[in-house]
Design a protein around this ligand. Structure first.
Ligand code: CP
Ligand code: NVA
Length: 322
């Protein structure tokens, strides 16, 4: 037995390089054997809370926790006291006495941090305004599976285009730096990442052998890339900005012309939901370079791996880490 260690997954750099590799190796094992580990047999309950809509995250955590032998208690904002303003700290202390972990999709990153502060079980960020770390694990698992394994992630060149100030952009910067990748993000002025996130990513990349490029030039960003990512130009909570946000991003649309600057065998990913004709053309997302269905399916395996790994750390049970 190792020393028990309470760990949370609130942002992508909560795992270091070796730990991220461990989780991704485990994700591939779960892909090959859906019932590889059942750490929550009992069943132990995991609270899965949604303050924003979801299809993939809801289904992958609900089915995933059940496949891990546990019971997913899925709570929506409209059906909980959190939605009526009950303090996060109070909710955290109640759930902590019943559930063996909390998975939460919400607005500000401060909310998941507050939940973790009052929890003695792992807390997982299932998307905040700032980060979407579970998506990044699934995306990197998908690259690993298309590129001959987790060891080959290092030095892959990945590019994210569009709203470079959003949660996906931040998560690619941090998660890609942790993986030792060459991470590029491109978007228009006014939609570039927070300099603090870029500085954090650069500091991590200097340790892992990766690199970071932030640019307004979409062709420079895509040149020679191994994997091209995009996301909606209007994230959840920004719906009132729809008409303003329709304008600045057209040069960053992922279409056949922009894809032609990437490597010939480059793959395309999108966290979904996708808006065809906006951030990506149907020619690309429905074309031969797109691996978006593999990517969506990997949410299940990657998150099961993450929950298992966090349970292994919390219990000091090293058998759950591999
Ligand atoms: N990619 C993703 O998180 O999808 P959902 O919003 O459907 O969960
Ligand atoms: N940036 C998007 C991701 C959706 C999975 C949003 O936050 O709405």
């Amino acid at each position: 037995m190792a020393t028990p260690e309470l760990r949370h997954m609130l942002r992508d750099d909560d795992l270091n390089h070796e730990e991220q590799k461990q989780v991704l190796e485990l994700a591939i094992k779960f892909h090959n054997n859906r019932f590889y580990h059942q750490p929550f047999a009992g069943p132990q309950g995991i609270a899965v809370i949604f303050d924003k809509p979801s299809t993939r995250t809801r289904s992958s955590f609900s089915i995933g926790v059940a496949e891990l032998g546990g019971y997913p208690l899925v709570i929506d904002k409209s059906g909980s006291q959190l939605g009526r303003g009950e303090p996060v700290a109070d909710t955290a202390r109640v759930l902590d006495r019943m559930a063996y972990g909390v998975v939460w999709r919400t607005f500000g990153q401060d909310r998941v941090e507050e939940m973790a502060k009052y929890s003695t079980h792992p807390v997982v960020n299932a998307l905040t305004d700032e980060f979407h770390p579970c998506q990044i694990l699934a995306d990197f698992q998908t690259i690993a599976e298309h590129r001959g394994g987790v060891d080959n992630l290092k030095n892959q060149t990945i590019v994210y285009l569009g709203d470079a100030a959003n949660n996906m952009s931040n998560s690619y910067l941090l998660g890609g730096a942790v993986a030792g990748m060459n991470v590029r993000v491109a978007g228009p002025n006014g939609y570039l990442p927070d300099p603090q996130i870029v500085a954090d990513a650069e500091a991590i990349a200097s340790e892992t052998g990766g690199s970071v490029l932030v640019t307004t030039d979409p062709k420079e960003a895509v040149a020679g890339a191994d994997c091209v990512f995009t996301d909606t130009w209007v994230s959840m909570g920004e719906e009132s900005e729809y008409s303003i946000r329709s304008k600045p991003f057209w040069d960053y649309q992922v279409n056949a012309d922009l894809m032609s600057y990437a490597k010939e065998d480059a793959i395309f990913q999108h966290c979904l939901p996708a808006y065809r004709g906006k951030e990506v053309t149907s020619e690309v997302i429905d074309g031969p370079q797109s691996v978006v269905w593999d990517e969506a399916g990997n949410r299940l395996h990657a998150q099961k791996a993450l929950l298992t790994w966090l349970a292994g750390k919390a219990r000091g049970d090293e058998s759950l880490l591999a």
